[in-house]
Ligand binder design. Structure first.
Ligand code: FAD
Ligand code: NAD
Length: 464
């Protein structure tokens, strides 16, 4: 048995943990990080990156297939289009390999010690790790729990056989002919759309009355329309009950009664739960909110010297939130005065078309008691959107009616995910409608729709 000690011990090298470790290393803190899988965590290995790679491959194939299916306005002729999913997955795996290797390199450069293996807490300051070369005991002054999350399993539909989670969906080498997706949230719609674009017949089963219930109906409408155009069936107010007697179909309950949906694969994507079992965390006296670890505005838990960051601390379960928390905690451990002071955490749904949102939606702003001015500009009036043949969607700005301070920015449309940075900068810097309206937006870009939305909220749009 080997024993080491350090000032900072981080459990989990996902976006939260690895960013915390790199920052801590850069600040000269003696840091150890323990990871049981590959550095990069869910995000790099089975989440953000692989899913976006698959979405891109599906989009490229879909375009080729559409171009090969007959005449088009652009006068382009393409003959035949096919996809070899095993090759697509190999390409995706190579990207994952490059990124996880990159994270290892960055950790080494920051002089962080990486211990490979499963960490188990003995107490709040001591952790045991089963490594390939035996048991390693690590004693520390400060711990950061960054153990992430796992997919939620439905009791009536346990994972196994044809019932899969996003992890298996992102490694399929054969296209399912009929894919039923349980859960019309982020994962269900991103992956469901990708498989439909590659040729699967897709049905989405959503328990609430609207897919993507986090967003308002106006933002979701263009996505819903496109799902319909692609032949993706959407059942709302529908619950998955279990497999049929033969195991060939999913049984769902809707307002009209029970029905069976024949399926080759059933992707269950009904949320994620914090990874807090199997590592001795149960024995620590940590306060929780539901199953998530409770933290204060410095990501400190209820136990002295123990911090928690990322998915294990709850919603929104997004990689960039985990990273921001990780960076902040490293600075706190280095003695800097820091607390969570972010005005917004932008969120993107990589559907077709994409949805992006930063700050408050109109109803949320009203719910906070604000009188609001709203400006919305459609891509049908945007030159760039016409030249790239995708005019679906709009940009919307939500501002205080009295001061014109921007409270929220949203968009739905092709490629609008890249608006996330501009939206977040505007809100973090306290922009007013006049600031956005007076900023020169380069032409021709989709971004001009943001300036026009601000002008519209001020009552003098130019291009509509
Ligand atoms: P994780 O990334 O889950 O990392 C935790 C790490 O801890 C893991 O590597 C795990 O092996 C390790 N670990 C756990 N317990 C132990 C232990 N006892 N000992 C040693 N190691 C341990 N977010 C976005 O922002 N944008 C997206 O586009 C996006 N797409 C997604 C797509 C999918 C399919 C999924 C599943 C998620 C997606 N997410 C996305 C969410 C994002 O992946 C997570 O929010 C993010 O990975 C959370 O980071 P984390 O550091 O908290 O945890
Ligand atoms: P989600 O919370 O986004 O969506 C789950 C959906 O399943 C909800 O619409 C919910 O109403 C529905 N649901 C719940 N129980 C159901 C049932 N029994 N039958 C039918 N529908 C049911 O969760 P997810 O899609 O699993 O994603 C998990 C998390 O991963 C997200 O919360 C998000 O934080 C993260 N993620 C982010 C991105 C991104 O940023 N682009 C992409 C993928 C995942």
């Amino acid at each position: 048995m080997k024993e080491i000690s350090c000032k900072l011990l981080i459990i989990g090298a996902g976006p939260g943990g690895y960013v915390c470790a790199i920052k801590a290393g850069q600040l000269g803190i003696d840091t150890v990080i323990v990871e049981q899988g590959r550095p990069g965590g869910t995000c790099l290995t089975i989440g953000c990156i692989p899913s976006k790679a698959l979405i891109h491959a599906a989009e490229t194939f879909d375009k080729a297939r559409t171009l090969s299916s007959g005449e088009n306005a652009l006068g382009i002729r393409v003959q035949g289009a096919s996809i070899d999913l095993s090759k697509t997955m190999a390409w995706k795996d190579a990207i994952v390999g490059r990124l996880t290797g990159g994270v290892s390199g960055l950790l080494q450069k920051a002089r962080v010690k990486i211990v490979h293996g499963h960490a188990h807490f003995r107490d709040g300051k001591t952790v045991e790790v089963e490594t390939e070369t035996g048991l390693q005991v690590i004693r520390t002054e400060t711990v950061v729990i960054a153990t992430g999350s796992d997919p939620v399993e439905l009791a009536a539909l346990p994972f196994g056989g044809k019932v899969i989670s996003s992890t298996e969906a992102l490694s399929l080498t054969e296209l399912p002919k009929r894919l039923v997706v349980v859960g019309g949230g982020y994962i269900g719609l991103e992956l469901g759309t990708a498989f439909a674009r590659m040729g699967s017949e897709v049905t989405v089963v959503e328990a609430t009355s609207q897919i993507l219930p986090l967003y308002d109906a106006d933002l979701v409408k263009p996505v819903l329309r496109r799902l319909g155009e692609r032949g993706i069936k959407v059942l709302t107010d529908a619950r998955a009950v279990g497999l049929s007697d033969t195991g060939e179909a999913l049984v769902v309950e809707t307002a009209e009664g029970r029905r069976e949906l024949p399926a080759d694969r059933i992707l269950v994507a009904v949320g994620r739960r914090p990874r807090t079992t199997g590592s001795g965390l149960e024995e620590l006296d940590l306060d929780r909110i539901g199953s998530f670890l409770q933290v204060d505005d410095r990501c400190h838990t209820s136990m002295r010297g123990v911090y928690a960051i990322g998915d294990v601390t709850g919603e929104p379960m997004l990689a960039h939130r985990a990273m921001a928390q990780g960076e902040m905690v490293a600075e706190i451990v280095a003695g800097r005065k820091r607390a969570w002071d972010k005005r917004c955490i932008p969120a993107i749904c990589f559907t077709d078309p994409e949805i992006v949102s930063a700050g408050l939606l109109p109803e949320e702003a009203r719910g906070h008691g604000f009188d609001v001015k709203i400006g919305q500009f459609p891509f049908t009036a945007n030159g760039r959107a016409m030249t790239v043949e995708d005019e679906h969607g709009f940009v919307r700005v939500v501002a205080r009616a009295d001061t014109h301070a921007v409270l929220g920015l949203q968009a739905v449309g092709a490629g609008v995910s890249e608006f996330a940075s501009t939206f977040a900068i505007a809100i973090e810097m306290g922009a007013r409608l006049e600031d956005i309206a007076a900023t020169i937006h380069a032409h021709p870009t989709r971004g001009e729709a943001l300036q026009e939305a601000a002008l519209k909220a001020l009552g003098h749009a130019l291009h509509i």
